[in-house]
Design a binder for this molecule. Structure first.
Ligand code: FE
Length: 146
């Protein structure tokens, strides 16, 4: 799997919280083309195409670009939208939020708190207790089963 290649680059860490601030040219050398397109060019995988949209295995989710801890499986819920969906991040610092006015919609974009990679969007139609839906690209998630 491409994830093994991704995890081998020198900025990938599941413990180092130091921000990763490198150029897109450098990112292009260390990420797979699919992950680069989403993380650095704000792409979106096709709905129902990803590895995790309907999985419920227990474990931890990390940023596929940098290794930052993003979610635990306890915050994942079954969503019919076609992308893996969570109701809360692992920590408040795990992600950043940016208004996104593209494609004729008013949305909030979710970025990785460590590498600023595009992860997906957040919507307010999720389940209790937060009623938020973190709608993520499977390609931006590295999953470590328990
Ligand atoms: Fe990241």
């Amino acid at each position: 799997m491409s994830n093994l290649v991704i995890m081998s680059h020198k900025y990938y860490s599941r413990t180092d919280k130091t921000p990763v601030e490198i150029s897109d040219a450098e990112w292009k050398e260390i990420l797979s083309p699919e992950v680069f397109r989403i993380a650095r060019q704000k792409g979106t995988e096709w709905a129902f195409s990803g590895k995790y949209w309907r999985t419920d295995t227990k474990g931890q989710y990390y940023c596929a670009a940098c290794g930052n801890h993003l979610f635990t499986s306890d915050a994942k819920f079954a969503s019919s939208c076609g992308w893996p969906s969570f109701f809360e991040p692992s920590t408040p610092e795990a992600m950043k939020y940016v208004p996104d006015h593209t494609h004729g919609m008013e949305r909030v974009e979710v970025l990785c708190g460590r590498c600023n990679g595009h992860l997906g969007h957040i919507f307010d139609d999720g389940p209790a207790p937060t009623h938020m839906r973190y709608c993520m690209n499977s390609l931006m998630l590295d999953f470590e089963p328990e």
